[in-house]
Design a protein around this ligand. Structure first.
Ligand code: HEC
Ligand code: HEC
Ligand code: HEC
Ligand code: HEC
Ligand code: HEC
Length: 644
């Protein structure tokens, strides 16, 4: 393979540095996975640059594992040039390079780009070699210097900007602008009816010191000093005044607890959680949830984690009521209440305290209004040590926040949002890599699999004649290119049913509050528009040929592994592929061709065969064996099957 991980001696981080300059003299730099960009007309290429014309340069090294002959292509709008080792290989978008012989090892790479005077800015870099056909140059082929001064300075601004959102400083200190950055618009948990969900003891402990309950808490400690615990108890007493009678639950049976453990194992919860109380800093411990949630409320939380907390990063698995209660039974079995009862509080005092302390600046609650906050504006603060709240920021957080806030013009970055950057930030923050592989990185659920091996369901004896190859969740290398944006958005919103891979026990959870923005962002990051793609009317002649090509008689027998509409797969000896009914609605034309051309290159290890060799398939009766034309006919046929 040409693009395994870079050789060990290569010093650098994956991807390239993207340097940007705007026409009014501002500049920015960020690291990106690949050479790809899409900026709709009128939008900004960076939160730190105004909308309008700009110049972009991608810089870093191209790493080749072996000596290769390569052809490079740039696709898009505007003007772009590709230099390798200082030599201009591509000088015009749409005109491929000569076939270049490049030695193994590192090569300087530079792509310089200016958008067109009108319309969207778009750029994508492709390559092809002797043993593979045209594909986007993957992130694994690039490295850059993470210590680059320009990159570090701008990274620190980005970190400060993200912290302003995470810590909600703007709920009390007026940023002086309208805010548009999506993270700033996600609300903290609602305190409506909280007494029905959470236990009073836990509330007292949490309010008196959130970081002691959860080291990754963003909520500040509002009370400090001698009276802190008493004040927290008063506020907790006030919060539970609206509980309207608790639902009692029958305790889970041992069989249900065991089944709940299996679900925990199957759905990869361990990638984001530990089974103990404390967690490990990176993962949240679940051993103590029984002391937080009332009976019944835990199951409801698992079914819909965003119901009372839109911004929650806990994904929605769409569990049935039964599944959720078995899981809840399992979680409760992990730890018993330590029994430390905290003091009772005075609800009337608590209400007054909650109002004056600014709880309702961040949280919504029925009959409570947002407080006034501080008179000092966000970009007028003299330091980052809040005298109203106790944030316990780390040194690194303080430095990033103060760097960001000390530059007044940075407030404009809160008014801009760049979908591609948002999606990449959320990829890490929502931990998509817990379940998915991307750029050759091992998913976290594999890394932590040992910790839940005791929860694995007992497997049925393997059928020796049918050794089923069970592939896990699909890799996300081509995330922005593979799926049609409208379908991808429905997937993130949890609207795809039945699931695509029915043989896979794991599910793709939903991220409802972020679905729309995420979907746009992944398209842009891969250099594609997220507008609904118009694909024209179906061509009946192509549909007919496509149908024949997938068939058994005179075709390629795709139905061996794939269900096709109402026909189930004929013989899934080694494993199964998705029913092709929705493939035409799911997949973009570009990705479909990439996949059909060479499935094992796109998903190493897949059992789907490669049918095309040097642009020809064995079926010579259609289009004289021309693979591209034949696959186009199959795509048209698949489109004709889909219900959308
Ligand atoms: C991709 C990461 C991820 C996965 C996978 C995940 N969770 Fe979570 N979960 C979170 C995050 C992050 C939170 C914290 C919520 C927040 O405040 O944003 C959370 C919160 C929770 C909580 C509430 C804990 C508390 O102290 O309030 C429970 C219970 C929970 N998850 C159970 C599960 C179970 C059961 C599974 C598997 C079915 C699971 N989670 C899978 C990320 C994940
Ligand atoms: C700066 C914004 C902010 C302020 C001020 C604030 N909170 Fe929070 N609170 C949060 C955030 C954000 C969370 C979600 C957990 C986290 O990331 O820390 C949270 C979580 C909570 C929770 C847990 C909710 C759940 O379902 O898990 C409770 C209860 C709560 N806050 C109560 C209060 C009370 C009472 C006050 C005032 C004394 C207060 N908060 C002040 C931001 C704030
Ligand atoms: C719940 C409301 C609230 C939140 C959220 C909040 N503050 Fe404050 N902050 C205050 C209040 C109240 C004061 C006291 C000054 C006043 O009376 O306006 C203050 C004062 C300050 C001061 C001292 C004022 C000065 O410049 O002399 C700094 C610095 C500050 N806050 C920084 C922050 C930062 C940074 C964040 C986010 C990490 C933040 N604050 C979040 C309410 C808040
Ligand atoms: C708890 C595990 C888990 C997490 C976390 C997760 N996924 Fe998935 N994802 C899956 C599984 C399993 C599937 C396959 C579902 C199926 O097809 O039946 C999937 C499918 C997908 C698909 C469809 C791909 C295809 O070819 O059909 C996309 C796109 C996707 N995930 C993106 C993401 C993104 C982006 C995130 C983070 C925001 C994410 N996933 C987080 C488990 C997960
Ligand atoms: C030996 C079994 C096998 C055969 C034969 C086979 N495929 Fe596949 N196919 C697969 C597997 C496995 C996958 C990937 C599964 C996944 O994405 O989880 C796949 C994926 C696909 C996809 C992507 C589907 C999607 O919705 O993501 C398409 C399209 C496809 N195959 C078309 C075809 C066509 C057309 C043929 C016949 C020319 C064919 N396949 C023959 C096993 C097979």
């Amino acid at each position: 393979m040409l693009l395994a991980s870079p050789p060990v001696e290569a010093a650098g981080e994956r991807g390239l540095i993207l340097r940007l300059n705007s026409s009014d003299g501002h500049s920015d730099a960020r690291s990106v996975r690949s050479v790809a960009l899409h900026v709709p007309v009128g939008q900004s290429v960076s939160p730190f640059l105004q909308a309008g014309t700009f110049a972009a340069r991608w810089e870093g090294k191209l790493v080749l594992e072996k000596r290769s002959r390569l052809v490079f292509h740039l696709e898009g709008t505007g003007q772009a040039r590709l230099f390798i080792d200082g030599e201009a290989l591509v000088t015009v978008i749409g005109m491929p390079s000569e076939s270049e012989r490049l030695r193994s090892g590192e090569h300087e790479i530079l792509v310089a780009y200016t958008p067109p005077p009108e319309g969207d800015a778009t750029l994508r870099l492709f390559w092809e070699g002797r043993d593979f056909s045209r594909e986007p140059v993957p992130a694994t082929a690039f490295i850059h210097d993470p210590e680059d001064a320009g990159l570090k300075k701008q990274w620190s601004f980005r970190r400060g900007r993200a912290l302003v959102a995470e810590k909600s400083c703007g709920s009390c200190h007026d940023p002086g602008t309208e805010v548009v950055m999506p993270e700033l618009l996600l609300k903290a948990p609602s305190l409506d009816g909280i007494g029905n969900r959470l236990r009073q003891d836990w509330l007292t402990r949490w309010i008196s010191n959130p970081k002691a309950s959860r080291s990754s808490a963003h909520m500040p400690a509002v009370f400090r000093g001698e009276d802190a615990e008493k004040q927290a108890a008063d506020v907790a007493a006030y919060l539970v005044t609206d509980s309207s009678g608790l639902r009692r639950m029958v305790a889970a049976t041992p069989a249900q607890v065991r089944e709940g453990g299996h679900i925990f194992h199957q759905q990869g919860c361990i990638a984001c959680h530990t089974l103990d109380r404390k967690g490990d800093g990176e993962r949240l411990g679940l051993g103590g949830v029984g002391t937080k949630f009332h009976e019944g409320a835990l199951g409801e939380f698992l079914r819909s984690p965003t119901r009372f907390h839109e911004g929650s990063r806990m994904p929605t698995f769409q569990f049935s009521e039964e599944e959720a209660s078995m899981l809840a039974g399992f979680l409760r079995s992990l730890g018993k209440d330590p029994g430390a009862r905290s003091r009772k509080g005075d609800a009337a005092k608590g209400q007054a305290l909650a109002r004056s302390a600014g709880c309702f600046n961040c949280h919504q609650r029925k009959d409570e209004a947002k407080g006034k906050g501080s008179r000092i504006g966000l970009f007028a603060l003299h330091s980052v040590e809040c005298s109203g709240m106790h944030y316990d920021l780390t040194g690194e957080e303080k430095a990033a926040l103060s760097g960001f806030l000390s530059q007044k013009s940075n407030n404009e970055s809160l008014v801009r949002w760049v979908p591609a950057e948002f999606a990449e930030r959320q990829y890490h923050s929502l931990r998509c890599h817990s379940c998915h592989e991307r750029d050759g990185e091992e998913p976290l659920r594999k890394k932590y699999a040992e910790e839940v091996s005791h929860l694995k369901p007992i497997e049925l004896p393997a059928n020796e004649e049918k050794p089923a190859i069970l592939a896990g969740p699909p890799p996300l290398n081509h995330l922005g290119m593979k799926l049609r944006p409208e379908w991808r958005e429905r997937l993130f919103a949890g609207q795809i049913r039945p699931k695509v891979r029915k043989w896979l026990p794991a599910r793709m959870p939903a991220f409802p509050a972020r679905a729309h923005h995420l979907s746009i962002g992944f398209s842009h990051a891969a250099g594609f528009s997220a507008e609904e793609s118009k694909r024209g009317a179906l061509d009946p002649a192509k549909v007919r040929i496509g149908a024949a090509m997938t068939g058994v008689e005179g075709g390629l027998s795709c139905g061996t592994c794939h269900g096709i509409a109402d026909k189930p797969a004929i013989a899934v000896f080694e494993g199964e592929g998705p029913n092709l009914r929705e493939a035409g609605a799911r997949l973009t034309r570009d990705y479909f061709h990439l996949w059909m051309n060479d499935p094992p290159r796109v998903w190493p290890g897949t059992i789907m065969p490669k049918y095309a060799l040097d642009g020809q398939t064995p079926l010579t009766q259609y289009y004289e064996g021309d693979a591209r034309k034949q696959f186009e006919a199959v795509y048209e046929y698949l489109r004709s099957l889909s219900t959308k």
